[in-house]
Design a protein around this ligand. Structure first.
Ligand code: NAD
Ligand code: TYD
Length: 360
C-alpha cells in the first residue's frame, strides 16, 4: 500500500478515513478523487495531518478517461472506494444519480483497475481494490431475526440499497472473472464528525440547537445498528492490511436502539451540554411525521467474522460516541454554518420535510 486512491474522500466517512490513514500509515500517498457534490466539501479536509502526503483531485468517478489517467500518473496500487450517493431519502426522489454514480461509477473504477493492474503480463502484484458497502443490501429484519451475516442473501429495498448491491456484485464479478484482487466491507449506520446534516443524528443535533422540530419518521421504532465513524475507519484499515483477497466482512457497532431512543438520548445530552438553551427540555421538539416509503424496519450486523479473523471490535460505546458527536458539532460552528448555508441543502430540507408535514 503506497499510492492509495480514495474516492469520495471529501464526504463524511471518506474524509474521516483520509485523516485516519495519514495518521496511521507513515509511507502512503493519498490521492483523493471527489466530485464535490452537495455531500462533499473541502471544509471536511481542513487541518489534515501530513498534508504533504495528500493530493485532492476534483473529478467524477464516472469519467473513464480521467480515472484511467489517475491510475497511470500516480501509479495507484490500492483503491478505497467510498464515492457514492448515500442518502436513502434522496434515492426515493431522484434515483437516477444513484444508478449512475453507485453502479456506473463503480464499474468505471473497476475497469480502470483491471486495465492498469491486469491487462498486461505479468499482472501487477500487491494491488487491492477495496469496496465500501452497506448493511442495507441485506434488506430488513423482523424483531426476532438473527443479525445479518456475510452469507445472508441480498434483498435490497430502496433504490440506494439496490444500487449498492449492484456495485457489490460488480466488484465480486471482477474478482471472479478477471481475478481482480478485491476486498469488500458492509457496514451499518455511521455517525460522528463531518456527517452531512441530512442524516438522522446531525440533523437532530442541529435542529435541536436552533429550536426546530425533530422529525421522527413513522412510529420511531425502526432499529439501526450504529457505529462511530472512527471505528469504521479502523476496521477498513485492518482489512486493507490483513484480510485475504476475495473476502467480505460485516462491520457494526453491536447496539440496536430505536430511532426514537437515539433522538431522546441526543436531547438529554443537549439538555446537559447547553444548560442555558431556551429550548430545554429538547425532547419537546420531537414530532412524528409521515414515514419514509418502504422504510426498512430493522438492521443488525453479526461481526463474528471480522472479530475472529482480524481481531476488530468497536472501541466506542454508543453513549461515548453520541457524546463525542454532540461535542464536535458544538465546537465546529464554522463548519456547520458553511454547510447549512448552502442553497442545495435548504432546498432539500424544503422538499423532504414539507411533504412529510413538518418543515425543519
Ligand atoms: P457522503 O454522501 O457523505 O459522501 C459521498 C462523497 O462521494 C461526497 O464527498 C461526494 O462529493 C462524493 N461523490 C458523489 N458522487 C461522486 C462522483 N460521481 N464522483 C466522485 N465523487 C462523488 O457519504 P458517506 O456517508 O461518507 O458514505 C461513504 C460510503 O460509505 C458510501 O459508499 C456509502 O454507501 C457507504 N456507507 C455509508 C454508511 C453511512 O452510515 N453513512 C454506512 C455504510 C456504508
Ligand atoms: P438516515 O440517517 O437517513 O440513515 P439510513 O436511512 O441509511 O438508515 O436515517 C436513519 C434512521 O432515521 C432511518 O430509520 C430513518 C430515520 N430518520 C428519521 O426518523 N427522521 C429523519 O429526519 C431522518 C433523516 C431519518
Amino acid at each position: 500500500m503506497k499510492n492509495v486512491l480514495v474516492t469520495g474522500g471529501a464526504g463524511f466517512i471518506g474524509s474521516n478515513f483520509v485523516r485516519y490513514l495519514l495518521e496511521h500509515e507513515a509511507e502512503v500517498q493519498v490521492f483523493n478523487l471527489d466530485a464535490l457534490t452537495y455531500a462533499g466539501s473541502l471544509e471536511n479536509l481542513k487541518d489534515l495531518p501530513h498534508p504533504e502526503r495528500h493530493t485532492f483531485l476534483q473529478g467524477d468517478i464516472c469519467d473513464q478517461e480521467l480515472v484511467n489517467s489517475i491510475f497511470q500518473e500516480y501509479a495507484i496500487d490500492t483503491v478505497v472506494h467510498f464515492a457514492a450517493e448515500s442518502h436513502v431519502d434522496r434515492s426515493i426522489f431522484e434515483p437516477d444519480a444513484f444508478v449512475r454514480t453507485n453502479i456506473f461509477g463503480t464499474f468505471t473504477l473497476l475497469e480502470a483497475a483491471k486495465q492498469a493492474w491486469l491487462d498486461h503480463s505479468p499482472p501487477a502484484a500487491e494491488v487491492r481494490f477495496h469496496h465500501i458497502s452497506t448493511d442495507e443490501v441485506f434488506g430488513s429484519l423482523s424483531p426476532t431475526d438473527p443479525p445479518f451475516r456475510e452469507d445472508t442473501p441480498y434483498a435490497p429495498n430502496s433504490p440506494y440499497a439496490a444500487s449498492k448491491a449492484a456495485s457489490d456484485h460488480l466488484v465480486r464479478a471482477y474478482g471472479h472473472t478477471y481475478r481482480l484482487p478485491y476486498t469488500l466491507t458492509n457496514c451499518s449506520n455511521n455517525y460522528g464528525p463531518y456527517q452531512f446534516p441530512e442524516k438522522l443524528i446531525p440533523l437532530m443535533i442541529l435542529n435541536a440547537l436552533e429550536g426546530k422540530p425533530l422529525p421522527v419518521y413513522g412510529d420511531g421504532k425502526q432499529v439501526r445498528d450504529w457505529l462511530y465513524v472512527e471505528d469504521h475507519c479502523e476496521a477498513i484499515w485492518l482489512v486493507l492490511r490483513r484480510a485475504p483477497v476475495g473476502e467480505s466482512y460485516n462491520i457494526g457497532g453491536g447496539n440496536q436502539p430505536t430511532n426514537l431512543e437515539i433522538v431522546e438520548n441526543l436531547c438529554e445530552i443537549l439538555d446537559e451540554a447547553v444548560p442555558e438553551s431556551p429550548y430545554k427540555p429538547h425532547r419537546q421538539l420531537i414530532r412524528f411525521v409521515t414515514d419514509r416509503p418502504g422504510h426498512d424496519r430493522r438492521y443488525a450486523m453479526d461481526i463474528t467474522k471480522i472479530s475472529t479473523h482480524l481481531g476488530w471490535q468497536p472501541k466506542h460505546t454508543l453513549a461515548e460516541g453520541l457524546l463525542a458527536t454532540v461535542r464536535w458539532y458544538l465546537e465546529h460552528e464554522e463548519w456547520v454554518r458553511a454547510i447549512r448555508q448552502r442553497g442545495d441543502f435548504k432546498a432539500w430540507m424544503q422538499q423532504n420535510y414539507a411533504q412529510r408535514g413538518e418543515l425543519a
